[in-house]
Design a protein around this ligand. Structure first.
Ligand code: 5AD
Ligand code: SF4
Length: 468
């Protein structure tokens, strides 16, 4: 960062601190509560942690009930259309709350707001919304909130510039044992179905020293597990003016005392280098799990998607990874029904799923995103066919996940304990290094610890056991 940009960034933080203090004075002793609803990926979840951090510094406290809140924020996602439709429905449903409590503040932010026209549609359809802002100006939230508290009309601020990286935004992290750190913003890949590069901008990497300082602080606060986040972490550093890339970062994070587990996501297969595989294999804290989206098993569709690898490249990569890290769990994202996908193309997808044998997969029906090249492609696939293909794929993947989990029966795994299970309050829950959810019995509270659990039951998506 140049000196001038650094000065601007420092000024911005000071300015926002000023607004945070002002709001703090305004709402003092009023016991105001906030509720944030988050849609979409972990980047969004992490953005919500930043919003929560700012709100708590202002003096708000969190509530799990919308009906109880004085401020409701929707942090939206635009990757799939049905999520967008849900947002409209859910915003509409807030109207009665607003009628009951005219002081209620309703804000909408996130990727969906970065699309043309969305803000206009919302201000027209739901004039009772107080505040709309995008992803590039999250750090302006205190200023915008202060304006919204006072305004008669909806306050809207959406920037289409490349988001500058503003450090030192307060963050309220959710889980007590596991924290996320964004290492880069944006994406340069322009997969033809995906809206992310248009709403999140070009790739911008945070400085290594900022990331490492943050992680050291997290370790001091007691976090044991850290997930490095970015749309494509494998291209970390390519935009920095020093020779420092993702494998360097992994090796440096691995040296930080107190952090016991390192995870990262997401990885684009075309950027996963041999050096990264070596860094993962050498760094004992890096967990044996890799999320490696394939999207399709057909070379023809991969090309139309602009993924820039073939199924052969992908299979070779998986072989290379498994050679160095034999027990690694591999998970993926798959889209069915991309425009022009034939029965043969889909059969290639099923075939590669059988060859790779993923531990689990996020499977999606292709959904048109206006503004992306695939939206204009001929041969859009019928919804009924998409549903059938999704069903077949999910059944196949379910079977494979079940078979893989059965192999854990009788073994002992290390679990980082997150707390009591939400569904079974007689059991604790956590994840093993391969990111498998493990529910287990324990005789005393082991939250926050890494414990050994003997697996006594395997299900398709979870394992169960007893602490030993
Ligand atoms: N339709 C369906 N799935 C999509 N994804 C991204 N864009 C679309 C779309 N238009 C999926 C991809 C990506 C995941 C986060 O969401 O599989 O990896
Ligand atoms: Fe979207 Fe492709 Fe970038 Fe992932 S790599 S965010 S799918 S454009």
């Amino acid at each position: 960062m140049s000196r001038k940009m650094l000065d601007i960034a420092i000024e911005e933080i000071k300015e926002q601190d000023k607004y945070i203090n002002e709001i703090n004075k305004l709402i003092k002793d009023k016991n105001l509560k906030y509720h944030i609803v988050t849609y979409g990926c972990q980047m969004n979840v992490h953005d919500s942690e930043k919003l929560a951090g700012m709100l708590e510094t202002m003096g708000y406290t969190e509530t799990t009930e919308q009906s109880d809140a004085d401020l409701i924020l929707f942090n939206t996602c635009c990757v799939r259309e049905n999520a967008e439709l849900r947002v409209y429905g859910n915003v509409g449903a807030l109207y009665p709350y607003k009628q009951r409590n005219p002081n209620l503040i309703i804000g909408i932010c996130g990727c969906m707001m970065q699309q043309d026209e969305v803000a206009t549609v919302i201000t027209k359809k739901f004039p009772f919304v107080d505040l709309i802002f995008g992803t590039h100006n999250l750090h302006h939230f205190p200023k915008l909130l202060l304006q919204a508290m006072d305004a008669q009309q909806t306050v809207v601020e959406i920037l289409d510039e490349q988001g500058r990286i503003v450090e030192d935004v307060p963050i309220k992290r959710d889980l007590g044992v596991s924290a996320w750190t964004t290492i880069m913003y944006g994406c340069n890949n322009y997969c033809t179905y995906c809206i992310v590069p248009y709403v999140r901008g070009r790739e911008r990497s945070r400085k290594p020293s900022d990331i490492l300082d943050e992680i050291r602080r997290l370790a001091d606060e007691g976090y044991k597990e850290l997930t490095l986040l970015g749309q494509n972490v494998n291209s970390y550093g390519k935009d920095l003016d020093i020779d420092y890339y993702f494998p360097n970062l992994l090796r440096d994070v691995n040296k930080i005392d107190g952090i016991e587990r390192i995870r990262f996501m997401t990885s684009h297969p075309k950027d996963l280098t041999k050096d990264l595989i070596m860094a993962m294999a050498e760094s004992e804290k890096v967990c044996e799990h890799l999320h490696l989206p394939i999207q399709s098993g057909s070379n023809r569709i991969l090309k139309l998607m602009n993924r820039r690898y073939t199924r052969e490249d992908y299979l070779e990569l998986v072989n290379d990874i498994r050679r160095e890290i034999p027990h690694i769990a591999i998970t993926t994202d798959i889209i069915v029904g991309f425009p022009g996908e034939t029965e043969e193309d889909f059969a290639d997808t099923l075939d590669i799923v059988k060859k790779v044998r993923y531990d689990s997969a996020f499977t999606f029906m292709y959904s048109i995103r206006t503004g992306t090249p695939a939206a204009k492609m001929d041969e859009q696939i019928d919804q009924k066919i998409k549903k059938e293909r999704l069903q077949m794929l999910m059944e196949l993947q379910g079977q494979i996940s079940k078979e893989i989990n059965e192999k854990f029966m009788g073994s002992t795994v290390d679990v980082l304990v997150e707390g009591l299970s939400k569904n079974r309050d007689d059991m604790y829950t956590g994840r093993n290094r391969q990111n498998k959810l493990v529910n287990f019995m324990a005789e005393h509270d082991v939250t926050g610890k890494i414990v050994e659990v003997k697996i006594t039951q395997s299900k398709t998506w979870t394992l169960e056991g007893i602490m030993v």
